[in-house]
Design a protein around this ligand. Structure first.
Ligand SMILES: [Zn+2]
Length: 236
């Protein structure tokens, strides 16, 4: 898992508390759906993380006091984990990114665990705002706006392919679709909302961070040339 504070990939040794649903009558070898609360500290930043895990559990035998000695998550069980604390991922944004975009991005990240659909919809809206305000992309539908941006800008294959996926997820978040087989509304998953945020990360880098680094280099070199009495370099 990724630490919600420092975003490092980490392995935590959890302390676990099981929430019994049928404490008295649970046969240790019977499968029981239930929850456990896990807490531990990030080995990198040492901050507290608390998770609620829901799954199917199976026990071993009981000790002399009647408590289960061990319990495991039954293989192939449905599994869900949510952060209880911290409530939201603490995402950081590079200082070169304009504040209004950074604020919307952090909000989309903050609601990811509660509503992936709302998060993906916010990412979609932010993407459109950045393309319109910084690349003069004309207001249209998401597909057209992404095509217009890709046609007039040389971007990495990571960005162009991510945008290709984001247009699918973004449309999906804005216009609920039904599953062909079951007729049920298919929801945006957390991993898809995370992919939308990842695309914004790459776009922030392309649109704001890299140009700022380049400008700083140019200025440094040109200042030196001027100091030496030479003509500063012009853009190629
Ligand atoms: Zn951490």
């Amino acid at each position: 898992m990724k630490c919600p504070y420092c975003e490092t990939a980490i392995n935590i040794t959890w302390t676990t508390h099981f929430i019994y649903e049928h404490d008295e009558c649970w046969d240790p070898y019977e499968i029981e759906s239930g929850q456990e609360v896990r807490h531990g500290k990030c080995p990198e930043c040492n901050k507290l993380i608390i998770l609620l895990v829901s799954s199917n559990f199976i026990g071993t035998d009981r000790d002399e006091f009647g408590s289960l000695r061990e319990r495991y998550i039954k293989e192939d069980s449905p599994y869900n984990e949510v952060f209880i604390f911290p409530k939201f991922s603490i995402k950081t944004v590079a200082p070169e990114v304009p504040e209004k975009y950074g604020r919307d991005y952090k909000e989309a990240a903050a609601i990811l665990a509660i509503s992936p659909k709302a998060s993906a919809a916010m990412s979609r809206r932010l993407l459109q705002t950045i393309l319109r305000e910084n690349y003069g992309v004309k207001k249209g539908n998401l597909n057209k706006e992404i095509d217009e941006f890709l046609d007039s800008n040389k971007v990495s294959s990571f960005i162009s392919e991510s945008l290709h996926y984001l247009r699918f997820i973004g449309n999906f978040a804005a216009h609920p679709s039904k599953c062909k087989n079951t007729g049920e509304i298919v929801e945006v998953e957390a991993s898809e909302a995370e992919c939308s945020l990842g695309t914004l990360d790459a776009l922030f880098d392309f649109a704001f961070v890299q140009p700022a680094i380049l400008e700083a280099w140019k200025k440094k070199i040109n200042d030196k040339l001027i100091e030496l009495g030479k003509k500063p370099l012009s853009d190629s």
